[in-house]
Design a binder for this molecule. Structure first.
Ligand SMILES: C[S@@+](CC[C@H](N)C(=O)[O-])C[C@H]1O[C@@H](n2cnc3c(N)ncnc32)[C@H](O)[C@@H]1O
Length: 398
């Protein structure tokens, strides 16, 4: 089977998941019901949760100023790595700039120029992001106090010149791997992930392959940021994660989260439905794997120590309840159809582009419909609660 990326390039099936994932991995663009912009409530809750830690880091960070030149030439560079399209990135970058700006004015008596870089994979819907940045999509009256640029590319490689960044944040993005490990695509081997779209509850060999990939990816990410962040600058990471006590094969923690998580039970059932209905063959079902891995705090700390060059200021594991909005939660509890639709929109928003790259737009829609039906018809799900685990790390470049 040949796959087609959003850029129209075609590549062999397994290369697509290994070398070529960055060409089509992205959140669903646009502003429709199945877009990331309309389905980013959980990442927004995660940001709210970690905001005090980020603000505390900004308040205590070293202020950069060029003593030898006029103060107006001082330029502070902030980057959001894995920015996607929605409100979350604009709100976070705005908050970082605003709190730094206040500090400069209050403590050094001048306002530096700020440059904000919005970085994501080239398949990201930068058009929607740029429209929001130019104010075309919003009624926001507040002036934007920073210059902007989009930076397409994978954060597992170098994106900026050495020592130029002052604040680098990456929010709900680092649990996405750079590729599906090659062994997992080796049909018939022990690492072939039969009957599952993801690794939660998968065979040890499959989980280990993902775990090795995650380690390699985080090492690469840190090595690149170590080069790019100026001494005294901040690296702030918020990523999907798990507590140290939880084995990697248990990515989600508890039975209710597993039952409700969009990557787990209902996703496997939806693929099985397509297979049972003769719409796809077994190899196509088993050849689809979600490139995500929830690291433990230990795994993250180990990578930071191995990389060196950073001092960890804070590292925490926290859990986020899905639908933090009580009203929405109550509405969904009484309405299984809306619940199914909401969950299906969430998976469209996050997995739509990679599912489409695997089976094409028509079958992709069929899959999401099966997913929606599965969720809507299981009323026991309504009273279950799904939690998302996150790891928050704030580090200073030494
Ligand atoms: C769940 S979204 C989070 C978006 C945003 N930071 C937020 O909090 O709403 C994850 C983002 O990470 C991006 N991403 C995944 N892998 C990436 C990589 N290797 N390099 C750059 N961005 C990546 C995806 O394209 C997606 O936009």
């Amino acid at each position: 089977m040949m796959a087609r990326s959003s850029s129209g390039e075609s590549c062999a099936e397994s290369d697509k998941w290994t070398g070529g994932l960055h060409r089509f991995l992205c959140m669903q663009g646009g502003n429709h019901d199945g877009s990331y912009a309309k389905n980013s409530e959980a990442p927004a809750s995660a940001i709210t949760l970690c905001k005090p830690i980020l603000l505390a880091a900004i308040r205590s960070m070293r202020l950069f100023a060029r003593e030898d030149e006029g103060s107006h030439s001082c330029s502070i560079r902030v980057v959001d790595l894995g920015c996607a399209t929605g409100y979350n990135t604009l709100a976070t970058v705005g908050m970082v700039v605003e709190s730094l700006r206040e500090r400069y004015i209050g403590e050094l008596g001048f306002e530096p120029e700020f440059e904000a870089f919005f970085s994501d994979l080239p398949s990201n819907d930068f058009n929607s992001l740029f429209r929001s940045l130019s104010g075309m999509d919003s009624n926001e009256k507040k002036p934007r106090r920073y210059f902007v640029a989009g930076v397409p590319g994978t954060f597992y490689r170098r994106l900026f010149p050495g020592g130029k960044l002052h604040v680098a944040v990456s929010l709900s993005a680092l649990h996405w791997l750079s590729q599906i490990p090659g062994e997992v695509l080796d049909k018939g081997s022990r690492t072939w992930n039969k009957g599952r779209a993801w690794i939660d509850g998968a065979k040890e060999e499959v989980v280990e392959a993902y775990s090795r990939q995650s380690e390699e990816d985080l090492d690469n990410f840190l090595k690149c940021r170590k080069e790019e962040i100026a001494e005294g600058g901040i690296l702030f990471m918020l990523m999907g994660g798990r507590p140290n006590s939880q084995e990697p094969g248990n990515q989600l923690g508890d039975a209710e989260s597993r039952a409700k998580h969009p990557f787990a039970t209902s996703m496997d059932q939806a693929w099985q439905d397509l297979l049972n209905e003769g719409l796809i063959d077994e190899e196509t079902r088993d050849g689809f794997n979600i490139p995500a891995y929830m690291r433990s705090m230990e795994e993250v700390e180990r990578a930071m120590l191995k990389c060196g060059g950073f001092e960890i200021q804070k590292m925490e594991y926290k859990r986020i309840r899905e639908h933090s909005d009580q009203k929405k939660r109550e509405e969904l509890i009484t309405d299984p159809v809306s619940h199914g639709r909401a969950k299906a929109n969430l998976v469209r928003a996050t997995l739509g582009p990679i599912v489409e790259a695997h089976i094409g737009p028509h079958l992709s829609e069929e899959l999401f419909q099966r997913f929606e039906r599965r969720v809507s018809s299981d009323v026991s799900l309504l009273r279950k609660t799904c939690f998302y685990g996150v790891i928050i790390v704030c580090a200073i470049r030494k």
